[in-house]
Ligand binder design. Structure first.
Ligand SMILES: NC(=O)C1=CN([C@@H]2O[C@H](COP(=O)(O)OP(=O)(O)OC[C@H]3O[C@@H](n4cnc5c(N)ncnc54)[C@H](OP(=O)(O)O)[C@@H]3O)[C@@H](O)[C@H]2O)C=CC1
Ligand SMILES: O=C(O)C1=N[C@H](C(=O)O)C[C@H](O)C1
Length: 232
């Protein structure tokens, strides 16, 4: 498979290594100053760039008829527009806030736990995400997906960064050097805590998941998620 990498930072470089090990070719690398690129040379594109570049990169792929795996976080205010555009252009698209298998299992566990906890009185919920100091967005995309999973399965109706109230989930975002990504959901009562936690040890799980998603999406049209890729 011929792959275009949109974004060649920490994730782009890790994906390059894993994709090459799996027998794929990187035919295009687009970084900060590459504006007029031709993505049609690729079978599939993988975008791990920056929040302000993601929408333009995704749009370029739809216009070129190249399916795209979107890993960049922090651009979701434009998500509905991108989904409409994908349908209009008959594109192929996957966005996941986190491509690692472990986190996608964690997403399912989080939803089940939220459903079980919802009728039980006396517990407050809170969430913490910790990432490296270079991260541009807060809260993390993964924390937002976790919050959405809880909202779907409880009477909470939103989330707030670094604060909360009875109706919302507080997400505390911490930035500590060299942390690839740690997410914790805690239910606290006067007598105990129930806590689920995912700790990424490095970026390889994210990168492998993105390459597996690209293999899966290549040649397809439509909007999918990691649940489709992993059969969860
Ligand atoms: N979904 C998932 O599983 C994961 C998602 N992420 C997300 O992926 C994104 C990238 O993370 P990471 O690799 O750590 O970040 P990096 O900052 O290391 O890499 C981003 C790269 O994109 C480049 N860039 C800037 N503008 C453009 C542009 N217009 N087109 C293409 N590339 C551009 C940057 O260049 P320069 O530095 O010169 O500005 C940089 O090289 C983040 O949004 C992060 O949250 C990260 C890990 C997992
Ligand atoms: O910026 C990162 O590094 C990460 N970003 C994603 C997010 O915002 O959830 C995924 C992972 O946690 C690493």
């Amino acid at each position: 498979m011929n792959i275009a990498l949109l974004g060649y930072g920490r994730m782009g470089k890790t994906i390059e290594k894993i994709a090459t090990e799996r027998g794929h070719s990187i035919v295009l690398i687009v970084d900060k100053d590459d504006k007029d690129y031709d993505v049609s040379v690729a079978d599939v594109a993988i975008d791990f760039s920056i929040p302000s570049a993601a929408v333009n990169n995704i749009t370029n792929c739809f216009n070129a008829g190249v399916p795209i795996i979107s890993g960049t976080t922090g651009w979701l205010d434009h998500y509905d527009h991108i989904i409409s555009l994908c349908k209009e252009k008959k594109g192929g698209f996957i966005y996941a806030s986190n491509y690692s298998l472990g986190v996608n299992l964690f997403f399912e566990l989080n939803k089940k736990l939220a459903k079980m906890m919802n009728p039980i009185e006396g517990y407050d919920i809170n969430m913490e995400e910790i990432h490296h100091t270079q991260k541009l967005d807060a809260p993390s995309g993964t924390a937002i997906t976790l919050a959405e999973g809880i909202i779907e399965n409880s009477n909470k109706d939103g989330w707030l960064l670094d604060q909360g109230n009875e109706d919302t989930i507080p997400i505390i975002a911490k930035r500590i050097e060299n942390i690839p990504g740690t997410h914790t959901v805690t239910y606290t009562s006067a007598v105990d805590d129930i806590e689920i936690k995912h700790t990424a040890h490095n970026r390889q799980g994210f990168a492998l998941g993105a390459v597996v998603a690209a293999e899966w999406l290549s040649g397809k049209r439509g909007v999918y998620g990691m649940k489709d890729v992993l059969g969860l």
